[in-house]
Design a protein around this ligand. Structure first.
Ligand code: KIV
Ligand code: ZN
Length: 558
């Protein structure tokens, strides 16, 4: 089998609703929805190895700590483990007062009875039932007509009332999902839901949740949004109904579909952390929440330590979060490319810590979700001077002058091209050390002495060259001028920079000298010392030795 040249012989476009007066495209998301996590149910049902009770409890506690207030914890009639987990939550008092657990059941009496049994003693609970209503399910799976499918939902709704009345100490919320909603004729989905509402009779104190799943994504997200808007306009008791979204990600647009569904008037979102769930997963609640956050809307979910949340989810699901996953992936705040690094570095240096976030390439301040800036800029063979400069500055307080940034980035490039690997800040420093601070041939400075008299500075150095100790002496207006005068070779100083590294008693000084030998190109030297004059003298020797080495290289290659 190969891909078809005319896929229309096998696949067809999903029909679009006729909704020409749609309003959702003009709306914006201004407040968070009611969040419901289905990690412990939909997510757990889709794992290669479902979670153990210990893992489910750990995950549950993480969801609570993040601030999720409605948590679908199990499908109690489907397995003893799930039943027991609901019992554990209730009997061991794990459910905080402001959190409501939710359980799922199919629309069958034996399963409904078992589901209510699992909830005995719960102060409050959401009981969620579903049956699939789309044409394909009616025809292929159930061999039922529309009335038959509707009757299943209505009968289950009646059973819900019966079993809930038998446990009046619990505050019940009923939820119905017309499964495969997005692949169903929307008027029929409304018809089924209205029939369920006729049984449940929602009120201001007893709202009903109607959850509208894109069980399988079948269209572009705008079509789902139209379906939600149409549904919201036509459903009875709208003010007493909570419209909930439950999108999967078959087309890779689960987040977009939920966002557009919210624009279309939905009140609630079900999903999983980092998008776990059947096939391509449920909508990712983390991405949805942080998308809101980066639009200035408080999502009321707290991902201040996103890596801690990620760790729990990865360990419980035994599935890794992709390194490119929005907000949470290991690489999503990292720039390797030179131009990106340069822009980010400039963005950081101009950012006002109390102002609006505007750092290029970074839609969120990594610090807001507990990430440090170390991961933001990493250096490999694709990187330029920006990244190298940034890392030296951040990690070692070293501020290379601009032209030296260009020169030193060539040293790094040669190394990354050779190894094919990333270099860390420590490796960059070590390359700086080897190339500049340790440049001591042919002239190794042993010691120096400065005398000042009548405004003239005399500088004497002891220098080991080719195994011989030399004493060089020169005068000038300052130590550098005196040093240049003392040298046995003519040099021209092109540029000089210095700055402090750190402060207080540990402070050091860094000096950078750009120097040229006759008819040679200029090269830089670096010196670091607690004393700025010593740092400058060392910088000059570093530059002189590097200039000599480069002249020798030129001579050898001529
Ligand atoms: O995706 C889906 O349709 C579901 C329902 C059970 C709500 O998970
Ligand atoms: Zn689902």
């Amino acid at each position: 089998m190969t891909m078809l040249s005319n896929p229309a012989t096998k696949y067809r476009a999903y029909p679009v609703l006729n909704l020409t007066d749609r309003t959702w495209p003009n709306n914006t998301i201004t407040h968070p929805p009611i969040w419901c996590s289905s990690d412990l149910r939909d997510g757990n049902q889709s794992l290669i190895e479902p979670m153990s009770p210990e893992k489910k409890l750990r995950f549950f506690k993480t969801l609570v700590s993040v601030g999720v207030k409605q948590i679908e914890v199990a499908f109690p009639s489907a397995s003893q483990t799930d039943f027991d987990f609901v019992r554990l939550l209730i009997e061991d008092g794990h459910i905080p007062e402001d959190t409501t657990i939710q359980v799922l059941t199919q629309a069958r009496e034996d399963l409904i009875a078992r589901t209510f049994e699992s909830l005995k003693g719960a102060p409050k609970a959401i009981v969620h039932m579903y049956n699939a209503v789309s044409p394909a399910f009616r025809r292929i799976v159930f061999k039922q007509d529309k009335e038959g499918v509707k009757a299943i939902a209505v009968h289950a709704a009646e059973l819900f009332k019966k079993y809930a009345a038998m446990q009046p100490q619990t505050e019940w919320t009923f939820q119905y999902s017309p499964e495969t909603f997005s692949a169903t004729e929307t008027p029929f989905a409304v018809e089924v839901c209205n029939a369920v509402l006729d049984v449940w009779q929602p009120s201001a104190d007893n709202k009903v949740i109607l959850n509208l799943p894109a069980t399988v994504e079948v269209s572009t997200p705008n079509v789902y949004a139209d379906q939600i808007e149409w549904f919201a306009r036509n459903i009875n008791h709208r003010e007493h109904v909570i419209i909930s979204l439950h999108t999967h990600n078959d087309r890779g647009t689960g987040v977009a579909a939920s966002e557009l569904g919210l624009l279309a008037g939905a009140d609630r979102v079900e999903g999983c952390l980092f998008g776990n769930g059947e096939r391509t997963g449920n909508v990712d609640l983390v991405t949805l929440a942080l998308n809101m956050y980066t639009q200035g809307v408080n999502p009321e979910l707290d991902f201040s330590d996103i890596d801690a949340v990620r760790k729990v989810v990865e360990e419980c699901n035994q599935l890794p979060v992709h390194p490119r996953h929005p907000y949470a992936g290991d690489l999503v705040h990292t720039a390797f490319s030179g131009s990106h690094q340069d822009a980010i570095r400039k963005g950081f240096s101009q950012h006002d810590s109390h102002g609006i976030w505007e750092v290029p390439y970074l839609p969120i301040d990594p610090a807001d979700i507990g990430r440090d800036y170390e991961a933001v800029i990493r250096v490999n063979s694709q990187s330029g001077k920006g990244g190298v400069t940034y890392l030296l500055e951040q990690e070692y307080g070293i501020q290379l002058p601009r032209r030296m940034q260009i020169e030193f980035s060539q040293v790094i490039k040669a190394e990354t091209d050779r190894s094919g690997l990333e270099v860390t800040a420590a490796q960059i420093y070590s390359l700086l050390d080897g190339e500049y601070l340790q440049a001591s041939t042919p002239y190794r400075l042993q010691k120096h002495r400065i005398q000042e008299e009548d405004g003239t500075c005399t500088l004497t150095t002891e220098v080991l060259a080719n195994g011989t100790l030399n004493k060089w002496s020169g005068c000038g207006n300052g130590p550098l001028e005196a040093l240049v005068a003392s040298l046995p070779v003519a040099v021209e100083i092109m540029d000089y920079n210095q700055h402090a590294i750190g402060s207080g008693s540990d402070a050091q000084a860094a000096a950078y000298i750009e120097l040229r030998l006759p008819e040679q190109r200029p090269v830089f030297g670096v010196g670091i010392d607690t004393n700025i004059t010593t740092a400058s003298i060392r910088a000059l020797f570093s530059a002189l030795n590097r200039a000599k080495a480069s002249a020798q290289l030129l001579k050898d290659s001529a």
